[in-house]
Design a protein around this ligand. Structure first.
Ligand code: WT7
Length: 652
């Protein structure tokens, strides 16, 4: 990181104190940091008591064979019982667990008592289909209540699920079924997305023709859209035939705390997908605690909404396990934010009186681009807390989120974590932390994170390097499914004894952590490390820019040259572009220092993104370096690349 650009970024001086009322009633206060610092394991042992154990653990952490951790290992529990039954037993059976909103406008409400009956029936159905403890079940579903029910039913009988995002292709599904050696696939005929019925079952049929998927005995199919499906007799069974006729009672069995709960494949940009393995007791402890602490959840009064897809870890931890373990009332929405109109999300917040909303920067920037007047049409006054996750949030997007969604008064918590960490690791606490736009700031109580330089030395405040986690945490991945060596190589070999997250980060003068994106997204320009995130944030801070993606293109003089792709806002798209490009280059130079001035800025209509919303910089680099495009199959929309290429000036 060049000193100039660092100094400039640290000029972000806006600070937002927690609202007095929230601070006064916050679930977690500053004392939690003290308590966890004094006795980290004691702190986590206390958090584990949020759960109902059939055998209470006496041992908190076994770290005798690092980095293979065992948390609460002599404890036994049932995860689904913790997420459902115990709330009914506590007299909260009538509380709404899920307000489901389908994209076409259909809706359904499930109380905890109803959820208990549905999960019990589904568990009985899986048992009838021969699923046994330890068998893997693949889940390839739209965002509907049956998806949550299916995951909980698997947890209930101790069958680890492997949820595969419904937007993935038959190939991606087959690879994952094969790697986990799944025995059953749970799917639907289709789901509603972008205003129409989008089929899922054909991808399952195709996946199951691929080698390595022969062990799949049954495909359990939910009817959602009513579209035609091919049927393989003996293998395919309808959910409404098999699940509906089951008893709605099922006695949950307790499993070891380290019993596998799920495998989730990471959206790696290179190489074979990694099956991240999470287990039961430690995972549930941390997702329940972080949901309580970071979102300040009051289960009697709050309405929580996490807009992620259950196909990502955010959906696992903050739609399914965290909120339900805490007895929350939550919204589950099937579709996209702009179907049938660009105010759909805000309409849902108004309809259900959502109080806590958790989404991703890419969505916030899209809403910014659509215009301030859209959220202004809705009553968003129920909101009291906003969260962000998935990538660094540019300060301008952060401020827009607070101003236009949060009425200028709602705290924004920027939460850093990964599929591998299972739960939130670095985030402000809404009742404690004075927030800074663009920074995830501090490790949560009980979590140890720092920033190291190339030589594994902790960097001083005001410097950048690599983010590492220095102590094990309860919801840490236990391994990569079937590949302990890759687990060691990927996360534990870069810095001896510490978990390397793969992210660049820096500490500001207050010691707060700023995430700078994946380390492979750091550019080397004339001997200076410059993060793509910082240049993107500088561009987005200009009123004419809605979104920006920056890549380093090989350059004979400067090693790499900064090349920026920008989406212009509304009327800026029609103005004289040469002049604007010059203005934007100067704007970045002024914000970050002349070294960070992009050598090229290309206005485009769209940016290539993966289905989880991450910009595919690899493809932009191909363009910036005038190469043939690499693999585009994981893009949400592969025509985006053609569009960009058409818009570019003929020369490179
Ligand atoms: C990577 C993990 C965690 C659920 C969604 C993504 C980036 C995530 C932030 C944040 C900056 C962030 C990191 C991380 N990331 N949250 N608040 N600020 N970067 O899960 O697909 O496993 O991706 O997402 O680069 O390593 P994932």
């Amino acid at each position: 990181m060049s000193n100039e650009s660092l100094a400039n970024l640290l000029r972000e001086e806006r600070r937002f104190e927690p609202p007095a009322e929230l601070a006064a009633n916050a679930n977690v206060t500053a004392e939690a940091y003290e308590q966890a610092r004094a006795d980290r394991l004691g702190f986590w042992a206390e958090q584990a008591r949020r759960l109902s154990w059939s055998t209470e653990p006496t041992e908190t952490l076994d770290w005798s064979n690092p980095p293979f951790a065992k948390w609460f290992q002599d404890g036994r529990l049932n995860v689904a019982y913790n997420c459902v039954d115990r709330h009914v037993e506590a007299g909260n059976g009538d509380r709404v667990a899920i307000h489901f909103e389908g994209e076409p406008g259909d809706s359904r409400t499930l109380t905890y008592a109803e959820l208990q009956r549905e999960v019990s029936k589904a568990a009985n159905a899986l048992l009838e289909l021969g699923v046994r403890t330890g068998d893997r079940v693949a889940v390839y579903m739209p965002m509907i209540p049956e998806t949550v029910v299916a995951m909980l039913a698997c947890a209930r009988i101790g069958a680890p699920h492997s949820v595969v995002f419904g937007g993935f292709s038959a190939d991606a599904l087959a690879t994952r079924i094969n790697d986990a050696d799944a025995r059953v696939v749970i799917t639907a005929d289709g789901g509603y997305r972008k205003g129409s019925a989008s089929a899922l079952k054909p991808a399952v049929d195709e996946a199951l023709t691929r080698p390595g998927t022969e062990n799949v005995r049954n495909v359990l199919v939910v009817r959602r859209t009513g579209q035609d499906v091919e049927w393989t007799e003996g293998r395919d069974v309808w959910w409404h035939d098999v699940v509906e006729r089951q008893s709605d009672e099922h006695t949950p069995e307790a499993f070891d705390a380290e019993h596998p709960l799920f495998i989730l494949y990471t959206s790696g940009t290179t190489g074979k997908p990694k099956g991240i393995l999470h287990t039961s007791g430690g995972y549930l402890t941390q997702v329940a605690y972080t949901h309580h602490a970071v979102f300040d959840l009051k289960p009697e009064t709050d309405v929580f909404w996490c807009s992620a897809d259950v196909g990502w870890v955010t959906g696992h931890s903050y739609i399914v396990y965290g909120p339900l373990a805490n007895g929350a009332t939550e919204v589950l929405y099937e579709g996209t934010p702009d179907s049938p109109h660009k105010g759909r999300w805000w309409e849902i917040i108004q309809k259900y009186g959502v109080t806590i909303f958790y989404t991703a920067p890419t969505a916030i920037r899209a809403c910014m681009k659509w215009g301030d007047d859209i959220p202004a049409e809705f009553d968003l006054s129920s909101l009291r807390l906003l969260g962000s996750v998935g990538e660094p949030i540019n300060p301008e997007a952060w401020v827009w989120y607070r101003e236009h969604i949060g009425a200028g008064s709602t705290p924004v918590v920027d939460t850093w974590w990964q599929t591998e960490t299972g739960g939130i690791m670095i985030s402000p606490l809404p009742g404690v932390t004075a927030t800074k736009p663009g920074s995830a700031q501090v490790a949560l109580p009980g979590i140890a994170a720092t920033v190291l330089d190339d030589e594994a030395r902790e960097v001083p405040d005001g410097s950048g390097g690599y983010l590492v986690l220095t102590e094990p945490w309860p919801s840490m991945l236990r391994t990569i499914w079937g590949d302990d060596q890759r687990f060691l190589d990927t996360y534990w070999s870069r810095f001896e004894g510490r978990y390397f997250a793969g992210d660049g980060a820096k500490k500001d003068d207050d010691g707060d952590i700023w995430l700078l994106g994946r380390v492979d997204d750091v550019m080397l320009v004339s001997g200076h490390n410059i993060s793509t995130t910082e240049v993107e944030s500088a561009l987005v801070s200009h009123p004419s820019v809605a979104e920006a993606a920056v890549v380093g293109a090989t350059d004979p003089q400067t090693t790499q040259a900064i090349c920026a792709f920008v989406i212009l806002r509304g009327s800026a798209a029609e103005t004289e572009q040469d002049e604007l490009v010059t203005e934007l280059r100067n704007h970045v130079a002024k914000q970050l220092g002349p070294i960070a001035k992009p050598s090229r800025i290309l206005p485009v209509a769209e940016l290539p993104k993966t289905r989880s919303g991450k910009i595919m910089r690899r493809l932009l680099r191909d363009i910036a370096e005038n190469r043939e495009l690499g693999d585009v199959t994981t893009l949400t929309d592969s025509s985006v690349m053609e569009l960009i290429q058409k818009q570019l000036p003929a020369s490179g």
